[in-house]
Design a protein around this ligand. Structure first.
Ligand code: ASP
Length: 308
C-alpha cells in the first residue's frame, strides 16, 4: 500500500504565509484538512492590512465591501460558497455553513447575509479607516471591464490547499475581489471549477488573479483534469498559465494570474502568467517557505498590492 503523504498546506501570495501558519497547528495535531484551510483563510480575512480579503478589503463602486469565498472537501466533493456577501467578516466560514447546513452549493448577496445571521454570524462594518480612505481617493474612472483598461493588479485572493495525515485534501478561497467593482460583481474565487477544485483522488488546485479571465477559461477545471490525466501539479499549473498567456498575446491583455496545485501525494506546483509575479507559501514538516513561481510572459509593471 502506498504510504500516506506528509501533511502540508500551501497558499497564494506572500500573505499566504499567515494562512499556512494558521493551518499548520491543525495539521500537526492530526486535524482535518478542511479545518486547516478554513483556519488559514480566516487568518487572512481577519487581517485589516490585507486590502483584498475580508475585513479591510477594498469596497465596490458604492463603498460597500462585497466578499466572495468558497470551501471544498476533497474526500466527499462537498462544496459551499458565498458571493457578493457584505457585512460579515469571515465569508469562508459562511461558505462552510452553506456546505454543511443547506442542500445548496452557493448563496449570494442579501440571501447569503441573511443566512449568515441565521447561523449566528455577526453583522459588522468591514471598512477600515485605511480602506475608507482608499475609496475616497479612488481613481474617478472605474475599471472598464473590457479586459484592456481594467487594472489587473487590483486583486489578490488567498487560496489555501491542505492535505492531512489521513491523506484527505481540502481547499478554500476568499477575496474582496476587484476594488470599485460594480455592485454584485462576482469573480472566479467562489466558483467551483474556476477559482478552486479539490478531489482526494487527484489533488487540489486554486487560482488567483484577473477573475473574468479565469472564469472564461474555467482554470481550476483545466488544472484538475490535467492532473487526473497524469500531469504533475507543476505541469497542470503551467498549462493553465499557458492558456492565459496565449489569450494575453492574442487579445493584447496583461491579465495577471497565478495557479497553485497540490497533488494527493503531496507534490506542489505553481505557475504565474508573468515571471516574477506570483509568490506562494508552503508549510511541510513545520517548515515554512515563500517561493516565487515561474512565469511565462515577461514581468508586468510593478504589482502594487497584496504584499508582494
Ligand atoms: N480572482 C479574484 C477576483 O477576480 C481576485 C484575485 O485573485 O486577485 O475576484
Amino acid at each position: 500500500m502506498a504510504s500516506r503523504p506528509t501533511p502540508a498546506a500551501v497558499a497564494t501570495w506572500r500573505f499566504g504565509q499567515a494562512a499556512v501558519r494558521a493551518a499548520w497547528p491543525v495539521l500537526r495535531s492530526g486535524g482535518r484538512a478542511l479545518d486547516a484551510v478554513e483556519a488559514g483563510a480566516r487568518a487572512v480575512e481577519d487581517d485589516p492590512e490585507v486590502d483584498s480579503v475580508g475585513y479591510g478589503g477594498l469596497p465596490n463602486a458604492e463603498g460597500v465591501v462585497e466578499l466572495d469565498a468558497c470551501i471544498m472537501d476533497g474526500s466527499t466533493l462537498a462544496f459551499g460558497a458565498v458571493a457578493a456577501l457584505s457585512g460579515v467578516r469571515n465569508p469562508v466560514s459562511v461558505a462552510r455553513h452553506v456546505m454543511e447546513h443547506t442542500p445548496h452549493l452557493m448563496l449570494v448577496g442579501e440571501g447569503a447575509a441573511r443566512f449568515a445571521l441565521s447561523q449566528g454570524f455577526r453583522r459588522q462594518n468591514l471598512l477600515t479607516a485605511k480602506s475608507r480612505h482608499a475609496y475616497r481617493n479612488r481613481p474617478l474612472r472605474r475599471p472598464s471591464f473590457d479586459g484592456l483598461a481594467v487594472r489587473e493588479d487590483w486583486h489578490d485572493t488567498v487560496g489555501v490547499l491542505a492535505i492531512d495525515a489521513e491523506g484527505h485534501l481540502a481547499g478554500a478561497c476568499t477575496t474582496s475581489g476587484m476594488p470599485w467593482k460594480l455592485p454584485g460583481r462576482v469573480g472566479d474565487s467562489p466558483l467551483i471549477g474556476c477559482g478552486l477544485y479539490v478531489d482526494d483522488t487527484v489533488g487540489g488546485v486554486v487560482c488567483t488573479g484577473f477573475g473574468e479571465e479565469i472564469m472564461r477559461q474555467t482554470s481550476a477545471a483545466v488544472m484538475i483534469e490535467a492532473m487526473r490525466r497524469g500531469r504533475s501539479p507543476q505541469q497542470a499549473c503551467r498549462e493553465a498559465a499557458g492558456r492565459m498567456a496565449e489569450r494575453c498575446r492574442r487579445e493584447g491583455l496583461s491579465a495577471g494570474a497565478g495557479f497553485l496545485a497540490l497533488s494527493r501525494d503531496g507534490r506542489v506546483g505553481a505557475y504565474g502568467v508573468h515571471r516574477a509575479y506570483f509568490p506562494y507559501a508552503v508549510i511541510q514538516r513545520g517548515r515554512e517557505r515563500v517561493i516565487q513561481a515561474s512565469g511565462i510572459l515577461p514581468p508586468r509593471a510593478k504589482h502594487v498590492k497584496g504584499g508582494h
